[in-house]
Design a protein around this ligand. Structure first.
Ligand code: NAP
Length: 304
């Protein structure tokens, strides 16, 4: 049986590191870090994510400011708010919750955030710093995954790592961070030929595809470390029967609640082949918010 990499427990440790650093700051008479969260519209999932981020701020002593704009806001209104937060010396980090309502340009909004306050690490300046191996604000999900893998002592130097997915949020930065740790990295995506064989080469497999149960146990090299970034909601009983064959608890949840969360990896199958696996939920999800708190602290310290 594979070891479970407990993302929730590691996220709690990261949050307590941030909390202690914030307490040390305030104890020394310095202001606490401040994160401004911008939510445009009323997307229910976004509201849940924002609540989670604001809660993590409260837990760590980080000050949070919520800025809500109406669903019909114009790009100019979003720009004006970002400009105001960029100019506000009491704000260390700015996060624009995605997706923005239809008609608004997410990239334009993200690129307008001052790089020093870009706690999501999506600004081209920060992307460039990552590419150059230089310090900067790095995307929360992959940087928190790296933090956890190091804490668990997962070897990286010289290993074969496969990152499945090439988004700017997860796949590409994840691959660059693994490369920085001297892994031999393959980035696979929707045009990759013979994906199962590519995945089977991986000592470390990171799945960031967004398809429930996409990665089967037979795609995993025995003993590999598997990081499942995907978060998917399954409602279809036929799909569930296929992907949760080895996970009766998921089937039970689906029956009782009408839907169930799962990753991109067939967790039950992975547990029988892999050396270590992150679960969904309780794996990468909590790490992302912890990474955001780390970035907010870093942004604050960088602006002192
Ligand atoms: P994304 O932007 O949609 O990217 C998905 C990637 O998967 C793309 O590179 C795509 O390839 C690839 N892909 C899609 N279908 C494929 C297939 N059939 N075979 C091979 N590759 C395929 O998604 P994302 O933002 O990176 O997020 C990925 C997943 O992680 C989602 O489930 C998301 O909800 C989750 N996520 C979780 C967290 C967390 O905190 N745990 C944070 C961020 C994201 P192409 O480029 O060729 O289209």
């Amino acid at each position: 049986m594979a070891q479970i990499l407990d993302g929730k427990a590691h996220a709690d440790r990261m949050l307590s590191v941030v909390k202690q650093a914030v307490e040390a700051r305030t104890g020394a008479g310095q202001r606490p870090p401040c994160l401004a969260v911008v939510l445009v519209g009323e997307d229910p999932a976004s509201q849940v994510y924002v609540r989670g981020k604001v809660k993590a701020c409260a837990e760590t002593g980080v000050r949070s400011l919520e800025h809500r704009l109406a669903p019909a806001s114009t790009q100019e209104q979003v720009d004006a708010l970002i400009d105001r937060l960029n100019a506000d010396p009491s704000v260390d980090g700015i996060l624009v919750q995605l997706p923005l309502p239809r008609g608004l340009d997410s990239k334009r909004a993200l690129h307008r955030i001052a790089p020093a306050k870009d706690v999501d690490g999506f600004h081209p300046m920060n992307q460039g710093l990552l590419l150059g191996g230089l310090p900067g604000l790095r995307p929360c999900t992959p940087s928190a995954v790296m933090n956890m893998l190091k804490a668990y002592g997962v070897p990286m130097k010289g290993i074969r790592a496969v990152v499945l997915g090439r988004s700017e949020i997860v796949g590409k930065p994840m691959a660059l961070m693994l490369l920085e740790e001297h892994a031999t990295v393959t980035i696979a995506h929707s045009r990759t030929v013979d994906l199962p064989s590519v995945c089977r080469e991986a000592d470390l497999l990171v799945a960031a595809v967004g398809r429930p149960g996409f990665i089967e146990g037979s795609w995993i090299k025995p003993g590999a470390v598997v990081v499942d970034v995907g978060i998917n909601r399954v409602e279809d009983p036929a799909l569930a029967a296929r992907i949760f064959e080895h996970e009766p608890k998921k089937l039970e949840t689906l029956k009782n609640k009408g839907s169930v969360l799962c990753g991109d990896v067939r967790f039950g199958e992975a547990m029988e082949v892999a050396g270590a696996v992150t679960p969904v939920p309780g794996g990468v999800g909590p790490l992302t918010i912890a990474g955001l708190m780390m970035n907010t602290l870093q942004a604050c310290e960088g602006r002192d």
